[in-house]
Design a protein around this ligand. Structure first.
Ligand SMILES: Nc1ncnc2c1ncn2[C@@H]1O[C@H](COP(=O)(O)OP(=O)(O)OP(=O)(O)O)[C@@H](O)[C@H]1O
Ligand SMILES: [Mg+2]
Length: 1008
């Protein structure tokens, strides 16, 4: 299903939270573009292969696949197959064929890869064991080959097909597939061990060559009819499964169970990586609920910082390790996905499962089928939807044992909510064995969600750190008190002796409020707008005493230096003025690299105050002793209770603070509304499926029919009955029945040329199929609001495509939704009567075109007078949309010419950095600035990073904390491991006899 899109890679900002121990999730916040906004459609959510981040985007060497090792193996394999086919008629010639050019290349290529860094740095213990043949440290599929070589003196080449290494069950499957000790070993070369290493490398090289040869020869010689061959493969699979099951059973007798059915190692890892020694009582109760034991769907709801994540993680580990099925975790933002990836990679390495990222432009559709280890897919809402679609399309949805949705209340938020609802409804409809678990701190009408998800509910008011809520009116502070008549009791008068100037500049007494906390504790000030964040930060610094400059002066100085170095010598003048005081603003106008550095500094305490927008509130920990809400507004909208709860929930995080407090500043005029805000229940969640028509119901119907989940009216109505909209239909759209709504939208899509009615005898059997345009839109995840325009523009483009520069192509892939928001600072716009949409899009094309040429966000930002964060989002959106247009064109004959052009353009937009940095930036948490540092320090590839010693990294790379270094290394290890495994998979796939291979009987019958 996926090609180019899945190969795209982007990076988003990585932020870390202050945590006591290494390996813990980072503090990251990168918003999916247009979260909650219906306008920014395309970049915001492309349910299939597209980008879904507004952050920067780079690296993936998958997309250089044409030149990759895999491509060579592929070519070689094909060559071998042809040779084998030719040689089949002459006895023994199959092997000869393999000695030809193709075979040699393949084996050579593999040997080259095999001898790369990880092998060289493998530990003595591992090398020795490889020598002994215990094969502890190699991926299972390699172990398979080596095992066979060593067990058979003649090598696998002489084996009969049925004796060859396909039968994984006959092998000891290594548990520890990654060279865990490689880091230490890397620093201590040892002659004896290098001798052993050379031996083992040779073995490997030889065995792989042998294996390539033997597999081909075996296939070519195979006299076995297709049917028995397939059977044989099935048997192999079965015995593999049995062996896995046995292993699980065996281990369960001694170690499966001490920690909620998990090995005791899991408990140790929680102590080691997260400093969690004991579960909270509610966590224990929740994990031992009958409904959980029976694998019923579950919704649990607790206040912010209640520790919800741990319960979800334990359930996920149970699914991965005990039940041995894949798990999907859906999180709301790219940055939170990356935080989780960083946090769980070390668990994956230690416990033997894959952690795969589905965010930004990362993720393969359908996911790679793993043979032994299970996968934990961590996805954004959009990517999660695409993943589920791809699993349904390939008949693999049953492989998903568990789906966890964090921040489940987001189901009621705009188009992203609609996508989440579709995803869950599709899972419920197509897989009875997939368990769904949702969690949230801000759920009110949980019954509706329970009915939708057919779930049990668990709720508790536990919060490990007490959060005191205050309101400030003039200079009086009131404590929120539900028992009091008007919801508040007087607490104290603010101690502030303000000069006249200060009174004028700071009528809300922000300086007094923050100086009660900083610099020893941290403080967040939520402001209604971005501009306000900047102004408040500057204003506060103007009135801070010089003493603040001395607090962690060196670190702040380093931070400015670092900001300068990652931004090509530029530092925002406001930050330059505020950072020395330990203060910074934080909003989407910053680049991902800037955000990451600022957050790291905040987490370590070098910065003690952020002035930020509400986007900082959802989900991630940027903990604070005190959270101040500058006004009860987000932009011009009055605060919702759930937003208020999320914001104040940042105060007093467990493990970081012992107390937490929030202060909401309000004016007399807002008093009434605020008193309702603090007392009323949380807002209800309502389905947006039908309301968000192009992103909601239209997309849903197209995919239901395109994926053949439901193709006739009855089935589609039945499906709709099982959605949240179905549950709430009587509240949301009383005047129409579900059937009427369904018929209406199906008719609309048919009229639009995206669906076509099948010819049927009886009207009641009315069924549909998807048209070419419908499939193109669905596969390209094109917002249906734009699919006609896109078709028309591409068609028009064919009439005179200007290829002298990239500009015309860029224009065609500039996102429509971003163009509609653009306000060009351009005289032509005022002077001439031109189509606004076209002019805006063209203007943005110029921005992108300049960016591709200069690859410097700062200079382009200056040139076009647009915020650098916006330029970065534009680039991400264009890379994403370009990939969508590519998929769109792939489905439509008439656009064949665009395919090759768009592959290249997508790459260019995706990797708008120097090519050598791309491999490094593939690692979660490594953005451009960090990649440059690492590259300059000699870490030039993923393999270098995976084998790096964190201690050495800290010494050689400026401003890198131990925790960050460890996370970079473990993420790199996980990624390398995944790549190695994918290569193995591909080699096996390549060597596997096609299931439709003509049988001997069949060909002789044909001849007769
Ligand atoms: N049993 C425990 N002992 C000590 N610390 C814990 C425990 N469980 C969770 N924590 C810590 O509590 C903090 C908050 O937990 P978590 O992020 O899971 O909260 P949450 O309920 O998801 O909150 P939110 O709704 O804000 O996302 C984390 O730092 C986590 O490591
Ligand atoms: Mg949480």
């Amino acid at each position: 299903m996926d090609e180019g899109g899945s190969r795209l890679r982007r990076r988003v900002s990585v932020r870390k939270r202050a945590r006591p121990s290494p390996g813990e999730p980072r503090q990251e916040r990168a918003e999916e573009p247009g979260a909650g906004s219906r306008r920014r459609r395309t970049a915001e959510a492309q349910p299939l292969q597209s980008n879904d981040s507004d952050e920067d985007m780079f690296g993936d060497y998958d997309s250089f696949a044409e030149n990759s090792f895999l491509a060579h193996v592929d070519d070689a394999g094909r060559q071998c197959m042809q040779d084998c086919e030719r040689g089949k008629h002459a006895a023994g010639l199959g092997t000869e064929g393999l000695r030809g050019e193709g075979g040699a290349t393949a084996a050579g290529g593999f040997a080259e890869w095999e001898t790369d860094e990880p092998v060289r740095s493998r530990s003595r213990r591992e090398d020795a064991s490889a020598q002994r043949g215990t094969l502890e440290d190699v991926p299972s599929s390699q172990a398979l080959y080596f095992g066979n070589v060593e067990n058979s003196p003649a090598g696998v080449g002489n084996q009969r097909p049925e004796e060859r290494g396909w039968e994984a069950s006959s092998l000891d499957t290594p548990n520890e597939e990654f060279p865990r000790n490689s880091v230490e070993q890397h620093q201590q070369p040892d002659d004896a061990s290098s001798e052993v290493r050379r031996g083992s490398e040779e073995n490997r090289r030889k065995s792989l060559k042998e294996h390539l040869k033997s597999a081909m020869t075996g296939n070519a010689r195979a006299q076995t009819p297709v049917f028995s061959r397939t059977k044989q493969l099935k048997e192999t699979l079965l015995s593999e499964e049995i062996s896995v099951a046995k292993k699980t059973m065996e281990s369960s007798s001694d170690d499966l169970g001490p920690f909620y059915s998990l090995p005791s190692k899991v408990r140790d890892l929680y102590v080691q990586f997260k400093g969690i020694e004991k579960l909270y009582e509610w966590q224990h109760t929740c994990l031992t609920l009958n409904s959980v034991q029976e694998r019923k769907n579950l919704i649990y709801s607790l206040p912010t910082s209640g520790g919800k994540t741990l319960v979800a993680e334990i359930l996920m580990l149970q699914e991965l390790l005990c039940r041995r099925r894949d798990v999907l975790m859906i999180l709301p933002y790219v940055a939170i996905v990356q935080e989780k990836i960083s946090g769980l990679s070390s668990f994956g390495i230690e416990l033997g499962f894959f952690v795969e990222e589905y965010a930004g432009s990362k993720g393969k559709f359908p996911p790679i089928k793993r043979r032994e280890k299970k996968s934990l897919y961590i996805a954004t809402i959009e990517k999660g939807h695409s993943l589920v679609n791809s699993l349904i399309e390939t008949g693999r949805i049953g492989s998903l044992g568990l789906v966890v949705v964090d921040e489940l209340h987001m189901i009621g938020e705009g188009s992203r909510g609609a996508i989440l609802e579709m995803t869950l409804a599709k899972i419920l409809y197509t897989s009875k064995t997939t368990q769904i678990i949702g969690m949230s701190a801000t759920l009110n009408n949980v019954e509706d969600l329970q009915e939708f998800l057919q779930a049990e509910c668990y709720t508790s008011q536990f919060r490990p750190v007490e959060l005191k809520e205050y309101l400030k009116i003039n200079d009086a502070i009131y404590e929120v008190d539900n028992k009091a008549e008007n919801g508040m009791t007087f607490s104290r008068l603010l101690n502030c002796q303000y000069s006249d100037t200060l009174k004028k500049m700071d009528p809300d007494h922000l300086v007094a409020l923050v100086t009660e906390v900083i610099p020893n504790y941290s403080c967040l000030v939520f402001c209604p707008t971005k501009k306000n964040c900047e102004n408040v930060a500057e204003m506060i610094c103007k009135f801070l005493s010089k003493e603040y400059l001395k607090h962690r002066e060196k670190e702040k100085h380093e931070l400015i230096k670092n900001l300068k170095s990652i931004s090509g010598g530029n530092v925002c003048p406001i930050l330059k003025r505020t950072i020395p005081f330990g203060v910074a603003y934080h909003h989407s106008g910053l680049t991902s690299d800037e955000k990451r550095l600022l957050e790291e500094a905040y987490s370590t305490g070098a910065l003690c105050l952020f002035t930020c927008t509400s986007t900082l509130a959802a989900g991630v920990n940027l903990p604070a002793r005190r959270v101040i809400l500058r006004a009860p507004y987000v932009a011009k909208e009055f605060l919702k209770r759930s937003q208020y709860k999320q914001m104040i929930g940042r105060a007093g995080r467990a493990g970081i603070d012992s107390v937490g407090e929030s202060v909401l500043i309000l004016q007399e005029k807002d008093k009434q509304q605020v008193s309702e805000l603090i007392s009323r229940p949380l807002e209800n969640c309502y389905s947006h499926l039908v309301q968000e028509f192009t992103k909601g119901i239209q997309t849903l119907f197209l995919s239901l029919i395109g994926l053949k989940i439901a193709t006739n009216l009855d089935d589609i109505c039945h499906f709709m009955g099982g959605t949240l909209f179905g549950v709430q239909q009587k509240i949301l759209l009383k005047e129409k029945s579900l059937r009427e709504i369904t018929v209406e939208w199906l008719r609309y899509l048919t009229e639009k040329g995206l669906l076509q009615k099948d010819v049927v005898d009886k009207p009641k059997d009315e069924s549909f199929h998807i048209t070419k345009l419908g499939r193109a839109s669905f596969k390209g995840t094109i917002d249906l609001a734009y699919c006609d325009i896109l078709y028309r523009d591409l068609k028009k483009g064919l009439e005179g495509l200007v290829l002298e520069s990239l500009l015309h192509l860029i224009y065609l892939t500039t996102p429509y939704d971003m163009a509609s928001q653009c306000v060009p600072d351009w005289m032509i716009y005022f002077r001439q009567k031109v189509d606004k949409d076209i002019v805006n899009r063209l203007y943005l094309s110029f921005v992108l075109y300049t960016l591709l040429k200069e690859t410097n966000i700062w200079s382009v930002s200056e040139k076009f007078n647009m915020p650098r964060g916006y330029i970065q989002s534009l680039l991400a959106g264009a890379a994403s949309f370009s990939s969508c247009v590519l998929h769109f064109c792939e489905e439509l004959e008439e656009f064949w010419v665009y395919r090759a052009l768009l592959v290249e353009l997508t790459k260019k937009l995706t990797y708008c950095v120097k090519a050598e940095l791309i491999p490094l930036m593939e690692v979660t948490g490594v953005l451009e600035g960090r990649a440059k540092q690492l590259y300059n320090a000699g870490y030039k590839s993923l393999i270098h990073l995976a084998n790096a010693n964190p201690e050495v990294l800290i010494r050689t790379v400026d401003h890198l904390s131990r925790r960050q270094a460890k996370q970079i290394v473990s993420s790199a290890k996980m990624l390398l491991h995944e790549k190695a495994e994918a290569l193995q998979e591909e080699v096996e796939e390549l060597l596997r006899l096609p299931s439709d291979f003509p049988s001997v009987e069949a060909s002789s019958t044909e001849k007769a």
